[in-house]
Design a protein. Sequence first.
Length: 278
Amino acid sequence: MAKECDNASCTKDDCAGCKERQENGIPKEECNQFSQIRKVIGVVSGKGGVGKSFVAASLANQLAAKGFRVGILDADVTGPSIPKMYGLTGAAYADENGLQPKVTENGVKVISVNLLLPSEETPVIWRGPVIANMVKQFWTDVVWEEIDYLLVDMPPGTGDVPLTVFQSLPVDGVVIVTSPQDLVHMIVKKAYNMADMMHIPVLGIVENYSYVKCPDCGKELKVFGESHIEEIAAELKVPLLGKMPMDPEYASCADKGCFHKVENPYLTGGVDAMPKLD
């Protein structure tokens, strides 16, 4: 949650405008009054198609397996995939306290626009400001209750939604997801520079699609070419949290809606990099 003011005489309205509650001149949004969220982690990428949602869900599974209370805020409003991965269906409902998230079979709380639409195939044809406001409502209106780590699955790029999340939510750090293509250096630096400009710590980088293992001989095949992610991480002075292969079993679990069964050992470094709870 947002840092509390040390001045005991301050009211909530006073604090909303003071420097303790502002980042880049914009006050942070208050989360739902029935929520207590200890750490907010953004999962970002400079481009689409790198498996960002896969990384967010894998981190959520590992954290939940360690006994932490975990939530996923699916901020990729126009391309949501988290509910499908976990087999979550039906509409999320609201009561007098706010909007209730859905819960996966391994106890991860999830909110996504796909849980509010008539069908998971209904397109979201909204302009940027409307999408950004929806993401803020996922923070202000959802009854998360007690959460140790809230993972925010961002849309790719550096547009309205990442900017809204960085400015409006008390983000404690981001994980950058990428792939081994030659243009990765530029793409990673875009994501890194945005986080740096917004004064958000970069917890590290995860490389997806690093290789695929031959099912016959076990040889690692570099489908997208040789990786240079170690050099990029060293240049940016951030940890490399993991290099993940292309695994058909993981993809199958996501397609079948049983991602709660996935235990991704390649992201142990990502779990270790999470900010310690106060």
